[in-house]
Structures are given as structure tokens and as C-alpha cells.
Ligand binder design. Structure first.
Ligand code: NAP
Length: 261
């Protein structure tokens, strides 16, 4: 049975993906900080739970070593663990800015490095990095989160090239707003029109499984958000002005705006 390691596997997108992969015949090893919740899901899907804070490099190395005792190879690593950071560079406590970089960006780096020998031991292996539309578009109201996601996106694209000679493929996933515990999307869900843009974790999980089966390199969910990403890369100053005006109107620059994705 192929083995999938999923970070942030206790709730939201990670939990939905663990259920979807299990239904497709995978055995899932779930990583997160809260072992109790992780174990509940692992029991439900017949998987395994490992307590691990991905922002702590030593803990990631230890978790990989424990998993290696039971599994000679890992066929899929999903770097999904992430935290929100609702606020700007000037508003957030410095500790939160450091934590979001350590978790959302460096967590994936430490996991790829630690699990590389197990991925190389598999005949064919894949890595999924759950990034965000915030990795492609910069919003003033959630700058530190977007900066961490931009770094994670650059890591994901760079590692795709670096791992290709080892036969390990990389799928980068950039979701828009998804209703989860960490990202409840209250503002969007309160609007009858904007709520249509909000995805559920199961939608994202289904799309990831399909993209893996098709060998895709990068996806944006929903697809129409690719236009926003293209607009920012072609005309960043124009998009920045538009976003600043919108954020000013909603009070987002003062930390009361739409929660980041
Ligand atoms: N929801 C959205 O709108 C959205 C959109 C685009 C991208 N994303 C990205 O999708 C990923 C999953 O988010 P989600 O929306 O599913 O959020 P979620 O429901 O809050 O789940 C986050 C998961 O990450 C774990 N986690 C957090 N910090 C961790 C750490 N330091 N070490 C290990 N595990 C950690 C959490 O468990 P513990 O707290 O027990 O550790 C939990 O299992 C994140 O990378 C997020 O940035 C989300």
C-alpha cells in the first residue's frame, strides 16, 4: 500500500485530503502539533498519527526518523501545515511574523529535506505543496502571510526542478478562500455573492487527487483566479492600488478586513 505523509493532517484541507487519499487506497501518516485530534482522524481512516511541529527542524527530523522505522519508503509528501496571520507588517507582533515564516514556508523546506531519503527509496514519489492564491497575489492587509506564501511558492517551483532528476514530481496547489477552522472566511460567507467564491476542504482534496493522477505541476483553485494572478504579474502597481483602495474602504489596513487565504 502506498504511503502518504500529510502535514497539518488533523483539520481542514489536510484532513479532507487524508480521507480522499485513504478512499483511493493510500495509507496516510498524519502530522500536526495536537496529537489527540490527529489520533482521532488516524483511527477513523486507519492511518497513523505523529506529533510534530513543522516549524521546528529538530522535531521534523525526529518525526521522519520515527516514520522510517515503520516504512522503508514514502510515496507522497504533502506539505500542507499552515497558520493564518491576520494583519499587516506594521500591525502584527514580530513573533507572529516569525512564526508564519517558520511554519508556512520553512516547515515545507524542513519536511522535504527530512523525508528525501524515504521519497528517494520509493520507485515513484510525489510532493504536494499547498501554497495559496496569496502566493501569487500580494494584499496589503495580510502582507506577512502573503510574503510567506510567496516564499513557499518559490520553494515549490525551485524544488520541482531540483527533484526532477531523482524522479520525484512536485504539485503546487494555490487555493483561493476555503472555509476551514484556521481560515473561517466569515466576511466572505456573510455576503450572498462573495460566498460563492468560498471552497470547501473536500472540493480542494478532490482536485488535488485528480491533479496527482494527471501528473499536473501547478493548479489554482478555482481556475478563474489565475486571471487575478496574471494581472498582478503583468501590472503589479495597478493591482496594488486597487487592493489598497479596497482595503482602505473595508478597514482591512487597520486589521479589520477580510481574513487572508
Ligand atoms: N483555508 C484557506 O482559505 C486556504 C487558502 C489557501 C491556502 N491555504 C493553506 O492550506 C493549508 C491548510 O490550511 P487549512 O485552511 O486547512 O487550515 P486549518 O484547518 O487551520 O488546518 C491547519 C493544519 O495545520 C496544522 N498546523 C498548524 N501549524 C502547524 C505546525 N507548526 N506544525 C504542524 N502542523 C501545524 C494544524 O494542526 P495543529 O494546530 O494541531 O498543529 C492543522 O492540522 C495552509 O498551508 C494554508 O495556508 C488555506
Amino acid at each position: 500500500m502506498p504511503i502518504a505523509v500529510i502535514t497539518g493532517g488533523s483539520t481542514g484541507i489536510g484532513a479532507a485530503l487524508a480521507r480522499a487519499l485513504t478512499a483511493s487506497g493510500w495509507r496516510c501518516v498524519l502530522l500536526a502539533r495536537n496529537l489527540e485530534r490527529l489520533q482521532e482522524l488516524a483511527d477513523e481512516i486507519g492511518g497513523e498519527a505523529e506529533a510534530c511541529d513543522v516549524s521546528n527542524r529538530a522535531e521534523v527530523d525526529q518525526a521522519a526518523a520515527r516514520i522510517a522505522e515503520h516504512h522503508p519508503a514514502v510515496h507522497l509528501l504533502v506539505n500542507n501545515a499552515g497558520i493564518p496571520a491576520r494583519g499587516t507588517f506594521l500591525e502584527l507582533p514580530p513573533e507572529r511574523i516569525e512564526q508564519v515564516i517558520r511554519t508556512n514556508y520553512l516547515g515545507g523546506v524542513w519536511c522535504v529535506r527530512a523525508f528525501l531519503p524515504l521519497l528517494e527509496a520509493a520507485e515513484q514519489a510525489q510532493v504536494v505543496n499547498v501554497v495559496s492564491i496569496a502566493g501569487l497575489v500580494t494584499g496589503g492587509a495580510y502582507g506577512p502571510y502573503a510574503a510567506a506564501k510567496h516564499a513557499q511558492l518559490a520553494f515549490s517551483r525551485a524544488i520541482a526542478r531540483e527533484l526532477a532528476p531523482s524522479g520525484i514530481s512536485v504539485l503546487t496547489v494555490n487555493p483561493g478562500p476555503v472555509e476551514t477552522e484556521g481560515f473561517p472566511q466569515r466576511d466572505l460567507l456573510a455576503s450572498p455573492i462573495a460566498r460563492r467564491a468560498v471552497l470547501q476542504p473536500d472540493d480542494v482534496a478532490r482536485k488535488i487527487v485528480k491533479a496527482l493522477e494527471r501528473g499536473r505541476a501547478e493548479i489554482v483553485l478555482p481556475r478563474y483566479l489565475r486571471a487575478v494572478a496574471l494581472a498582478e504579474s503583468l501590472a503589479p502597481a495597478v493591482i496594488s492600488r486597487l487592493l489598497s483602495r479596497g482595503a482602505g474602504r473595508t478597514g482591512a489596513l487597520r486589521g479589520r478586513g477580510r481574513p487572508p487565504q
